[in-house]
Write a protein that binds this ligand. Structure first.
Ligand code: RB5
Length: 147
């Protein structure tokens, strides 16, 4: 299977999403865009749930863009097996993959400029899970009743 990036945004993230799709294509990713497809006001959970559903099915990794990245991650993380991380820097994006096995990156278009967003996306896509002791910890994320 090729590298697939499932992307979604609301109106606030629409322009940045388009820009990031180009970058991901250049990196060899096939893009599956679940919307939104215009800058008209819309509701971020609709797109977050679509992307998270596809990621949970194993279709690929996800990218979600809204104003802050926060609402997108809240909705995406309701899906078992989805680990969505809102990142505002490249280090966190790389570590979210290496230690937390994140499978969805959330970005805030009103928080990061496009140059930084590109760096964050590149860090996320070029990093991979280290496993080992992190396997046990990531497994525990799905066990809220153990608290
Ligand atoms: C839309 O105004 C804004 O609330 C949304 O893009 C996002 O930031 C929510 O988390």
């Amino acid at each position: 299977m090729g590298k697939i990036l499932i992307v979604g945004s609301d109106h606030a993230g629409f322009a940045l999403k388009k820009e990031l799709c180009e970058v991901a294509r250049e990196l060899g990713y096939e893009i599956e865009d679940v919307g939104t497809h215009s800058a008209e006001s819309t509701d971020y959970p609709d797109y977050s749930h679509r992307v998270a559903g596809a990621v949970a099915r194993g279709d690929g990794v996800g990218l979600l863009v809204c104003g802050t990245g926060v609402g997108m991650s809240m909705a995406a993380n309701r899906h078992p097996g989805v680990r969505a991380a809102t990142c505002g820097d490249s280090y966190s994006a790389a570590m979210a993959r290496r230690h937390n096995d994140a499978n969805v990156l959330c970005l805030g278009s009103r928080v990061v400029g496009s140059g930084l967003a590109v760096e964050i996306l590149k860090a996320f896509l070029s990093s991979s899970f280290e496993g080992g002791r992190h396997e046990r910890r990531v497994h525990k994320i799905e066990l809220p009743d153990e608290g």
